[in-house]
Ligand binder design. Structure first.
Ligand code: PLP
Length: 282
């Protein structure tokens, strides 16, 4: 961990990350009973902050966790205290630590609010030059993937399943249709049209995805939110993933086969360049 990202926030206090502690009875520890956000920061400015905070509010409301907290103020404070520049902010809200373990949601429990920063992970040169690989895996997660919940065991296992096949990301398929990546949204360029699955409870509404759509539309690319079948993905001219920390990346190998000509495509290159400008000027 770099010197810059030593200070975190826990329940009202800024403190050294190495000394931050939560109770073993915390429900996020026992049940994965919490929600989170990851917010990219460029030149000291949080990127699409309102969208992230709205999604956090939606997640909190969906899991019946009322939390009256100034998250925008927390983001500003974390950026200032950790030196500004480019970084990633992680915010987690757990239901809190009751006196005993019980599945039932306790009344009047105070939430545990934790946040930290990390260096923004620069994409590898290899990924940018040759693209990344993905494996299509059966999406065996629950039906409420639109909630950004800390209970990520299925995503962890799916990502590992892809890694076991030497793939960088798992692209998930449910009943023959693509949902998303294990920690990313998915795009496919098919017959000159950029497609991404429409919002549904079985996938997370990606904040980066929305910005990529804006950037692509500004470039005159036709974009539609419509289901992509597994068969269509194999035949797509370009496949991309997007996320707050990976921005928009070309997938050039899918289940060991080349996507298009096996190199990052021309449409991705245009959108990637425009995204690099958009992220520093919004
Ligand atoms: N889908 C899943 C399952 C994710 O975990 C993520 C990000 O972590 C995304 C999509 C992309 O969301 P965002 O662009 O807001 O990072």
């Amino acid at each position: 961990m770099s010197e810059q990202h030593q200070l975190c926030f826990l329940n009202g206090e800024m403190l050294a990350l190495s000394t931050a502690k939560v109770s073993v009875l915390d429900r996020s520890f026992l049940f994965g009973d919490g929600v989170y956000e990851v917010i990219p920061v460029y030149d000291g400015q949080p990127f699409v902050l309102d969208t992230h905070l709205q999604r956090l509010a939606n997640s909190l409301s969906a899991v019946r966790m009322p939390c009256d907290f100034d998250f925008a103020g927390l983001v500003t404070r974390l950026i200032e205290e950790n030196g500004g520049g480019d970084m990633a902010i992680y915010i987690q809200v757990s239901r809190g630590a009751p006196k005993e373990r019980n599945h039932l949601i306790p009344a009047d429990l105070e939430a545990t609010v934790f946040a930290m920063t990390q260096a923004f992970p620069a994409p590898s040169e290899r990924a940018m030059k040759t693209g990344i690989s993905a494996a299509i895996c059966e999406d065996f997660r629950w039906q409420r993937c639109n909630i950004k919940a800390t209970s990520l065991l299925a995503n962890v296992l799916l990502r590992q399943q892809a890694s076991d096949q030497d793939a960088d990301e798992a692209i998930l398929e449910r009943d023959g249709m693509i949902t998303e990546g294990s920690s990313s949204s998915v795009f496919a360029l098919i017959d000159g049209i950029l497609r991404t699955p429409e919002d549904a409870p079985i996938l997370l509404p990606g904040t980066t995805r929305d910005r990529v759509i804006d950037v692509a539309c500004d470039l005159g690319i036709e974009v539609v939110s419509r289901g992509i079948s597994k068969a269509e993905l194999y035949l797509a001219d370009e496949v991309w993933i997007s996320s707050a920390l990976r921005e928009v990346m070309p997938v050039t190998r899918l289940d060991g086969r080349a996507v298009g000509d096996g190199l990052p495509g021309p449409v991705w290159k245009k959108v990637y360049r425009a995204f690099q400008i958009a992220k520093r000027t919004c």
